[in-house]
Write a protein that binds this ligand. Structure first.
Ligand SMILES: [Zn+2]
Length: 288
C-alpha cells in the first residue's frame, strides 16, 4: 500500500464525509495511485452533502412504485420455458416428459409456471420485496403470476372451490429475522388474481438457508423439513405452490411432498394430500 492509498483510506473514515466522487482514486498510466482531494467547500455544499447522506441512510430505501417499475415488463410466454421444471429452454427442447435438465427427475409438481429467469430487473424486484421488504412489489409480481397461471389453464376442469393457493412456507425463525414472509405476500396476490383461497397448511422446520448450502446438498438440507399441518387437508383439491425463486427445485419439491401429505420416505400421497400440485414461481435461476 502506498502512502497515497493510506491517506485515502484514512480520509474515508472522516466525519463529515466528503462525497465519494471527490475521494476517487485516480490511477495514472504508470499504475501509481494519485488522489484528487476535495477542494475547500462552502457551507452550502456542506449542507447539500449532508442532506445527500441523510437521504441515503435514513430515507432510503425509497423505490419506484411497483406498477410503474414493471409497466414495460412482459412475462415469458409458455413456450420459452419447460412446463415441468420452469427452466429456460431452446426451441424444440420441450418433450412430453420435460426438458433435457428434468426429464430424468422425479417431480411432484404437475406443472411449473414462472414469470421469467432470475436475472436482470426481475431479480432486482425480487430483491426489493425480500430484502427491502417492499410489499407492493410482491403484490404486483403475484398478480402477474396469477394471470400466467390462469393462461396456463390452472382452473380448467376444476369445480368451483377446487383450487387452493399455498406459499412455500418459511420457518418461524427465518420469518422473524427477515421481517417479511415474501412468498406469502406473493401467494396472497396470486389467490386474489385467481379468485382462490390462500391456505396456511404447511409447517417448516428451521435449517440453514438453501443459499448457504452447496447445490448438491440442498435436497438433503430441506428433506423432511416441510410437512402438512395437523389440522390441514388438501384432499380433493389442486394446490398451487408459490415461491419467489426456483434454483435446484429442492425446496418446492419438499413443499409439494408436504402438500401431498407424503411422510418421509413415502412414495404415495397420504389421505389428506392434494389431488394435484402446480408450482408457481416468480423466477427460475438459469442453468449454467
Ligand atoms: Zn424441465
Amino acid at each position: 500500500m502506498t502512502q497515497r492509498e493510506r491517506e485515502v483510506r484514512q480520509q474515508r473514515f472522516q466525519w463529515p464525509p466528503a462525497p465519494l466522487v471527490e475521494q476517487a482514486l485516480v490511477r495514472s498510466a504508470d499504475e501509481s495511485a494519485t488522489v484528487t482531494i476535495a477542494p475547500p467547500r462552502g457551507a452550502r455544499e456542506y449542507v447539500r452533502d449532508l442532506w445527500a447522506h441523510f437521504e441515503r441512510l435514513v430515507l432510503a430505501p425509497t423505490v419506484m412504485p411497483a406498477g410503474q417499475a414493471m409497466a414495460q415488463y412482459e412475462a415469458d410466454a409458455p413456450g420459452l420455458y419447460c412446463e415441468r421444471c420452469g427452466g429456460t429452454i431452446g426451441p424444440f427442447e420441450q418433450r412430453e416428459f420435460g426438458c433435457g435438465a428434468c426429464h430424468d427427475q422425479r417431480l411432484r409438481c404437475e406443472r411449473m409456471v414462472r414469470l421469467g429467469a432470475y436475472e436482470g430487473e426481475l431479480a432486482q424486484w425480487v430483491g426489493v420485496l425480500k430484502f427491502q421488504r417492499v410489499r407492493p412489489y410482491g403484490v404486483e409480481l403475484g398478480r402477474r403470476l396469477g394471470a400466467a397461471l390462469r393462461e396456463a389453464g390452472v382452473l380448467e376442469g376444476l369445480p368451483p372451490g377446487g383450487l387452493v393457493v399455498q406459499a412455500v412456507p418459511m420457518s418461524r425463525r427465518r420469518r422473524m429475522g427477515r421481517g417479511i414472509e415474501h412468498a406469502q405476500v406473493i401467494a396472497k396476490a396470486v389467490g386474489a388474481a385467481l379468485g382462490a383461497p390462500v391456505a396456511r397448511g404447511l409447517w417448516r422446520a428451521h435449517r440453514p438457508s438453501q443459499l448457504d448450502v452447496p447445490a448438491g446438498q440442498r435436497e438433503a438440507n430441506v428433506r423432511g423439513t416441510i410437512g402438512l399441518r395437523r389440522n390441514a387437508c388438501f384432499s380433493g383439491q389442486r394446490v398451487v405452490l408459490v415461491d419467489d425463486v426456483r434454483t435446484t427445485g429442492a425446496t418446492i419439491e419438499a413443499a409439494a411432498r408436504g402438500v401431498l401429505d407424503m411422510k418421509r420416505g413415502a412414495r404415495v400421497a397420504g389421505p389428506r394430500g392434494a389431488d394435484s400440485v402446480w408450482g408457481a414461481v416468480v423466477s427460475v435461476t438459469p442453468r449454467d
